[in-house]
Design a protein around this ligand. Structure first.
Ligand SMILES: NC(=O)c1ccc[n+]([C@@H]2O[C@H](COP(=O)([O-])OP(=O)(O)OC[C@H]3O[C@@H](n4cnc5c(N)ncnc54)[C@H](O)[C@@H]3O)[C@@H](O)[C@H]2O)c1
Length: 181
């Protein structure tokens, strides 16, 4: 892969600003272009982050993009990811991978067939808490696990998200939206 990695973003909604800020902190990442089904959103995001705005098809055809970040709503994650992989780009998608297990598996298999990397947010399991727990299991410190319990508490997204309807549709809800954390 080209280093620094050149990034295109599809989806310029609520979370875009945090991705733009986050990417600017990593010298190994060079954001290049953004696209959105709503061109006005793409234009606004591009202006805010100093990037180029273009239609999705044009972004996917750009030879100067190595990885595409998919931050569209969950119901279209799988179809957008499919287009990204078909364009021969590595992929990083927001959770969930898809709104069905079958579609998620199909995407992973397609990436494997094409020799492309397919990563997903959140990467909290790479943090110290998850890795410490993993090591304890791998090293046999706690014996053979027979069950697990996890809790997440969260304020209601409809109190702060400008359009939280996707969280109440397939691909949203506590299990698929918060479960990955
Ligand atoms: N908002 C948050 O705080 C937050 C936090 C963590 C993860 N996420 C995840 O990030 C993803 C996006 O969340 P958001 O809050 O930014 O959503 P959003 O609805 O605000 O923005 C989604 C954007 O995707 C665009 N879009 C929809 N379909 C498209 C398509 N087929 N092609 C191109 N663009 C398309 C929409 O026009 C919109 O601008 C979701 O999966 C969500 O679960 C959001």
């Amino acid at each position: 892969m080209h280093v620094p990695v050149r990034v295109g973003v599809i989806g310029c909604g609520n979370i875009f600003g945090r991705y733009a800020t986050g990417m600017s902190r990593f010298p190994g990442l060079t954001p290049v272009a953004v696209a959105d089904a709503d061109p006005a959103r793409a234009d606004a995001a591009a202006a805010s982050a100093g990037l180029v705005a273009c239609p999705v098809g044009e972004l996917l055809a750009r030879p100067d993009i190595d990885v595409v970040v998919n931050i569209t709503p969950p119901t279209v994650h799988a179809s957008v990811s499919e287009q990204v992989l078909a364009a021969g780009k590595h992929l990083y998608t927001e959770k969930p991978l898809a709104d069905t297990v079958a579609a998620a598996r199909a995407g992973l298999a397609e990436a494997g067939r094409r020799g492309l990397l397919f990563g997903a947010a959140p990467d909290t399991f790479l943090g110290s808490a998850g890795q410490t727990a993993r090591r304890a299991i791998d090293d046999g410190v706690i014996g053979e696990p027979v069950g697990a319990t996890a809790f997440v508490t969260h304020s209601r997204a409809e109190t702060w998200h400008p359009d939280s309807t996707f969280l109440f549709r397939p691909g949203g809800g506590p299990a698929l939206d918060m479960g990955p954390y």
